[in-house]
Design a protein around this ligand. Structure first.
Ligand SMILES: C[S@@+](CC[C@H](N)C(=O)[O-])C[C@H]1O[C@@H](n2cnc3c(N)ncnc32)[C@H](O)[C@@H]1O
Length: 257
């Protein structure tokens, strides 16, 4: 049998209590915000990468959009499917690693929120290859012109939080921008080693551009405090709004995806 990745172990164990996290309490207003940014037409299709228990997918489906939720954790997806049944909406659920999925270019928009996969590195994952694979897979699933919204860990805040001592003791690596810790997903369970990757805006512009989705805006994007405003250097998350292009990208090779 395939061994579960650390994040799969973490979220399978965390699934029963995920929706009690305070940061999940703003779904309706977050979807209002997303609808303005994604410029959707009635009935358009959306892919929700790292959809978790499906809170955004289900709210979008409730408003008439055709939604696919993709996630690595079977337990998170089981809760998402149960919540969709209870809400009497149809959502397509796909269990997959976001760094490995391949879907045809049929979506009008993509979301990847609260570190839904992007920035959650497996133990052996490279800190550039894995996030770039997620962006390229997402980009390939989109129609040209599709908008995307990602919220990701803020590299500026991570750099300001850690000291040289933390670097020396392996809690934070400024070369990879990876924070390493052990985290019990639920009281009573053994801790799981996890690696979380933060991003600075310049590299976000480069990574999204390499994936054929030039960045339109970078704003403050911490859950509960989404806004079209300057970054706060100490806030936890950054929001990236980008648009899939079918033009050759300016760097590094000018090739299409
Ligand atoms: C913090 S939750 C965010 C869930 C949801 N987007 C939200 O805003 O509530 C992160 C989700 O990403 C999923 N995830 C982590 N790594 C992933 C990967 N490589 N591929 C797909 N999903 C992944 C986890 O299983 C979890 O459900």
């Amino acid at each position: 049998m395939r061994e579960k990745t650390t994040w799969e172990q973490f979220f399978d164990a965390h699934a029963p209590i995920y929706d009690s996290n305070v940061f999940t309490g703003n779904t309706v207003s977050e979807v209002d915000f997303l609808l303005e940014e994604l410029e959707l037409q009635p009935g358009d299709s959306v892919i929700d990468v790292g959809c978790g228990t499906g809170r955004h997918s289900i709210e979008l489906a409730r408003r008439g959009y055709a939604v696919t939720g993709l996630d690595l954790s079977a337990e998170m997806l089981a809760r998402a499917a149960a919540a969709a049944r209870a809400a009497e909406v149809e959502v397509e659920w796909i269990r997959s690693d976001a760094a490995q999925f391949a879907l045809p270019a049929k979506y009008d928009a993509a979301i990847c929120l609260c570190e839904g996969a992007f920035g959650l590195l497996g133990q052996g994952d490279d800190s550039i290859d894995q996030p770039l694979a997620i962006l390229c897979n997402t980009s390939r699933s989109l129609k040209p012109g599709a908008r995307v919204v990602f919220t990701v860990l803020n590299g500026a805040a991570m750099l300001r939080k850690y000291q040289n001592k933390d670097v020396a003791e392996g809690r934070f690596d400024p070369i990879t921008m990876v924070e390493s810790s052990e985290y019990p997903p639920q009281e009573g369970l053994p801790p799981i080693p996890i690696r979380e990757r933060a991003f600075v805006p310049t590299e976000l512009r480069l990574l999204f551009c390499l994936a054929g989705m030039p960045v339109v805006h970078i704003w403050g994007g911490t859950a509960g405090n989404w806004r079209r405003d300057l970054l706060d250097l100490d806030e936890m998350e950054v929001m990236v709004v980008a648009r899939k292009t079918d033009e050759p990208m300016p760097w590094p090779t000018g090739q299409r995806l």
